[in-house]
Design a protein around this ligand. Structure first.
Ligand SMILES: Cc1cc2nc3c(=O)[nH]c(=O)nc-3n(C[C@H](O)[C@H](O)[C@H](O)COP(=O)(O)OP(=O)(O)OC[C@H]3O[C@@H](n4cnc5c(N)ncnc54)[C@H](O)[C@@H]3O)c2cc1C
Ligand SMILES: NC(=O)c1ccc[n+]([C@@H]2O[C@H](COP(=O)([O-])OP(=O)(O)OC[C@H]3O[C@@H](n4cnc5c(N)ncnc54)[C@H](OP(=O)(O)O)[C@@H]3O)[C@@H](O)[C@H]2O)c1
Length: 521
């Protein structure tokens, strides 16, 4: 289907994607400028976050790109199976949590022991997700001037050649951007029906889960588990490492971790740490998970729904086979800070190059590859970054944890709310935007905030937040504290807060900024 000269509206795009998804359109959707005789500067293999942003940037620089995706849309797994459903479910978890705590109070109806339907939420997502896909196809063609082929897998032939639906395209460079998939644990029964990961949950589930066991302690496990529990489906997480202490999370502050994990337990979730899953049991359907507990006992936990949260592995195999590209021991493609692989002219970006598997990294990797392809030497160092996850709260952090700061600096000042030593039950603070109803009804649920400062340089070296709505601030805090000059407590005190704000760092810092020798608050 050649769409080069067509100009589809959003609803026409949506209809086309809907039809492709049910197999009514099985041909490639082609938007290629056959009149342009220039060689492609790069072909992007995979049009997810990395491939689409890289393509757009390369176009903006005046280059010529082609992006190919096996799905009938650009944008990749984030809006289709990953971030967007995750945020929809996490928002539902927050609302359900509020409904349970406020059950029967004010205008809130009685809800404490009610169920909410997980299946209904999945169906809501499935019914709506193609609108975002339609927009990305439209924007990429009509506004960003990108060339693309969709609904057709790409096969890399050599470092300059890609085959799509029987046609070969050549380019000066290739940018590999095919993302990652769940790393399924190798245990008996993992293939049974009734076992889902984040992708098959939104694609396949057709029944209402009533008892869930989650294998693994990843972000996905915490986020989805919090939603399942909040919906009223009793949920158990089996995690080898303590929650939030997994390898791909760094700088997690211990006080924050305890607040979050204890909070999950308070809400009824069973969290078994040091637990090793041995087998998914069941004949025609998963009926439970056998696990070796931390004390060595082996038990089988009943479930009608097993969810896998054991992290992800890069889709690198085809490129190892055809190009011999170097990968690390987890199968992620090895790149330098310009996103160049071991094969000259071949770049790799996004989840395909390993952790952190986050949108900012995928998109900026795409931009980095595009700039280097176009002759602009540009390096991207993602060793430090702001991070977040959801329980029924939004948990956000940047820079060093308190313990890390104490290892590095001799005079660490901590400004936190509630202050150290104050009982969470006694103080309705932080009385913050997003948690006001809790502040006046359940003070212990209002969240937790901590700012970590090097008392000598007076610089903020870490910030940590549990509550709602602080993510935006952390994007900018990350930039400010990583500048060569950093960000001092005095500069924080100079800022103009928009009170009542989700995070109270500006006003709390101002209470101490006048001090010559800083003291914790
Ligand atoms: C449940 C979950 C929730 C998440 N939530 C967040 C979040 O809230 N915030 C955040 O920052 N990150 C989040 N992430 C991570 C984020 O989704 C990824 O980091 C991001 O999508 C990676 O982008 P990418 O371009 O590398 O890969 P993808 O977006 O996965 O794109 C890969 C593309 O390659 C295509 N493809 C694969 N093989 C071929 C082939 N042979 N030919 C053509 N096309 C091919 C696929 O169809 C796909 O479109 C989440 C991840 C998960 C699993
Ligand atoms: N921003 C977001 O909200 C978001 C959401 C989802 C994912 N992501 C990103 O996606 C990437 C993948 O993250 P992730 O959290 O899914 O994975 P992860 O951090 O790699 O965590 C994997 C978890 O699975 C466990 N595990 C692995 N293999 C196992 C096995 N065979 N048996 C039992 N447990 C096993 C690990 O235990 P051990 O610790 O004991 O090894 C760990 O708890 C990360 O980079 C993450 O940042 C981001």
């Amino acid at each position: 289907m050649d769409l080069r000269d067509a100009s589809h509206s959003l609803s026409e795009w949506r209809e086309l994607i809907d039809r492709a998804e049910v197999g009514e359109v099985d041909e490639p959707i082609v938007n290629v400028d056959r009149d342009d005789l220039r060689e492609y500067d790069a072909i992007f293999v995979g049009g997810g976050a990395g491939g689409r942003f890289g393509s757009a940037y390369l176009q903006a620089l005046g280059g010529r790109q082609l992006v190919v995706d096996k799905w009938p849309f650009l944008g990749g797994s984030c809006p289709h199976q990953a971030c967007v459903p995750h945020h929809l479910f996490s928002e539902a978890a927050r609302e359900l949590d509020l409904a349970r705590w406020m059950s029967g109070k004010l205008w809130f109806p009685y809800f404490k022991d009610e169920r909410a339907s997980i299946l209904e939420m999945v169906e809501l997502f499935r019914a709506g997700r193609n609108s975002a896909h339609a927009f990305m196809n439209w924007q990429s063609k009509e506004q960003l001037g990108m060339e693309y082929i969709l609904n057709a897998p790409a096969r890399v032939i050599d470092e300059h050649t890609v085959e799509v639906a029987g046609e070969r395209f050549t380019a000066r460079n290739l940018v590999l951007a095919t993302g990652a998939r769940t790393r399924w644990p190798d245990i008996p029964g993992i293939d049974l029906p009734g076992v889902y990961d984040f992708a098959s949950l939104v694609e396949d589930i057709a029944y209402e889960p009533n008892r869930c066991v989650i294998i693994g302690g990843s972000k996905v496990a915490i986020e989805y588990g919090s939603f399942f529990q909040a919906a009223g489906c009793p949920t158990t997480i089996l995690s080898r490492s303590p929650l939030m202490r997994t390898a791909s999370l760094h700088h997690v502050d211990e006080d924050i971790r305890c607040f979050v994990v204890e909070g999950m337990r308070t809400r009824g979730m069973t969290i078994l740490e040091g637990a090793e899953p041995l087998e998914v049991v069941g004949d025609a359907w998963a009926t439970g998970v056998t696990v070796r507990l931390a004390d060595g006992r082996v038990e089988t936990l009943e479930a009608d729904f097993v969810f896998v949260g054991t992290g992800e592995q890069a889709n690198s195999e085809p490129f190892v086979e055809t190009l011999g590209v170097e990968v690390d021991d987890r199968g992620s493609i090895v790149v330098n800070r310009r996103m160049q692989t071991s094969i000259p002219g071949v770049y790799a970006i996004g989840d395909l190059i390993g952790a952190p598997m986050e949108m900012f990294k995928a998109r900026k990797c795409g931009m980095t590859a595009a700039r280097n392809v176009m002759g602009q030497p540009y390096e991207f160092d993602f060793s430090e970054y702001p991070d977040f996850l959801h329980s029924t709260y939004e948990i956000t952090w940047v820079g060093l944890s308190e313990a890390e700061a104490r290892e590095r600096y001799g005079n660490v000042i901590v400004i936190q709310m509630p202050p150290k030593g104050v009982d969470f039950d006694e103080l309705p603070l932080p009385c913050a935007e997003g948690s006001m109803l809790y502040a006046f009804t359940r003070p212990e649920l209002t969240g937790f905030q901590k700012c970590v400062i090097d008392g000598e340089s007076r610089r903020v070296v870490g910030a940590h937040h549990v509550g709602f709505g602080a993510k935006d601030a952390f994007q900018y805090l990350d930039y400010l504290i990583r500048r060569p000059q950093g960000l001092t407590i005095d500069e924080m005190g100079e800022m103009n807060e928009l009170f009542l704000n989700p995070e109270h760092f500006i006003q709390l810092c101002r209470l101490r900024a006048g001090q010559g020798a800083l003291v914790s608050l």
